[in-house]
Design a protein around this ligand. Structure first.
Ligand SMILES: CC(C)(COP(=O)(O)OP(=O)(O)OC[C@H]1O[C@@H](n2cnc3c(N)ncnc32)[C@H](O)[C@@H]1OP(=O)(O)O)[C@@H](O)C(=O)NCCC(=O)NCCS
Length: 172
């Protein structure tokens, strides 16, 4: 890494939803030969509101990266605690384009893992599988998850292909 930009990582609040929705437009994926955006702002708001309030049968963590008062990055985790062993989908990772390659996604991710380990300690969960779904064309994201010790497997479905990145988190 050439430059390292230190940012504040904090929980996402409802006031951040508009900005997060804007950032998420930068996540594109190709499905069935067509390029799509990851989400509509309305869909994201509902999802994140649920995460922030942690209602329902799953738990969640939603974090933002803040630089000079501006939200410039986002990451979330949805914990499926009813699965055996519990699984967590890490998703919607995005850093505003001008700020990339400065370690911001890494800071978001490290903070997320720390919180997941805390969650496991509180609940007496010894191990948890983390996974992320990555577009086959998204090399930055593939490299990012490999650097975080995920192993990537190509999955083929009727409408397209993608990578499933997986990693086990264990309490020592
Ligand atoms: C993927 C993404 C979140 C990475 O954010 P970032 O803040 O630039 O990542 P970091 O600076 O923390 O990079 C950490 C490591 O990831 C890998 N990496 C990140 N971007 C990369 C790129 N463009 N090419 C190759 N490797 C890359 C490198 O190993 C890097 O370490 P290094 O800089 O020491 O070589 C960012 O590119 C992004 O927002 N992309 C658009 C949204 C998206 O596709 N999200 C993924 C959805 S699954």
């Amino acid at each position: 890494m050439n430059n390292h930009l230190e940012v504040v990582i904090r929980e996402a609040y409802e006031d951040d939803l508009e900005k997060i929705g804007e950032l998420l437009k930068q996540i594109e994926y190709i499905w069935n030969g067509q390029t799509r955006n990851a989400s509509s702002i309305r869909g994201v708001k509902k999802e994140i509101r649920n995460l922030v309030r942690s209602r329902g049968k799953n738990d969640g963590i939603a974090l933002v990266a803040v630089y000079e008062g501006e939200v410039i990055g986002y990451i979330q985790a949805i914990i499926y605690r009813n699965r055996t062993p519990p699984e967590t989908e890490v998703g919607r990772l995005v850093v505003d384009e001008p700020y990339r390659r400065q370690g911001i996604a890494s800071q978001l991710y490290e903070s997320l893992e720390k919180q997941l380990l805390e969650y496991m300690k509180e609940r007496g969960t010894k191990k948890m599988k983390l996974y992320a779904i990555i577009d086959t064309h998204n090399e930055p994201s593939q490299k990012f998850f490999e650097k975080q010790s995920y192993s990537l497997e190509k999955v083929k479905e009727r409408n397209g292909r993608y990578y499933k990145a997986e990693k086990w988190l264990r309490l020592s």
